[in-house]
Design a binder for this molecule. Sequence first.
Ligand SMILES: [Zn+2]
Ligand SMILES: [Zn+2]
Length: 119
Amino acid sequence: MTTIRCPICDAFLDADGEAALTVILRAHLGNVHDLHPDRDVMAGGKAQEHHPQLWEEMKRGTVPTDEEVGEDVEDSVLCPFCGERIRAHAGDDLTSYLRSHLQDAHGIPTLGRSRTLVH
Ligand SMILES: [Zn+2]
Ligand SMILES: [Zn+2]
């Protein structure tokens, strides 16, 4: 079980594994913050079209997946907007990486660095 915080409102979101975490995050962003990704990054067909290289690498096993088990296990979640994989050793780090990514890549104001600007 991995627990992250919503990058925007700090709500706890927990799920088991990258795919479930991504689904929960996307649902939360849509339901609570009215942020709707214009495409479904989790839908296999579409993702294959948009990220052929990534999916090819996953099939070849050069991209580590959830199946990888070891002492150095990382948690990961996909950005609900562009499908980029965000990885970290702890849920807290995952949350802050996600905040940075949403802010830098998608211009979404988050609690992170813009905390003082949020009223
Ligand atoms: Zn939220
Ligand atoms: Zn993204």
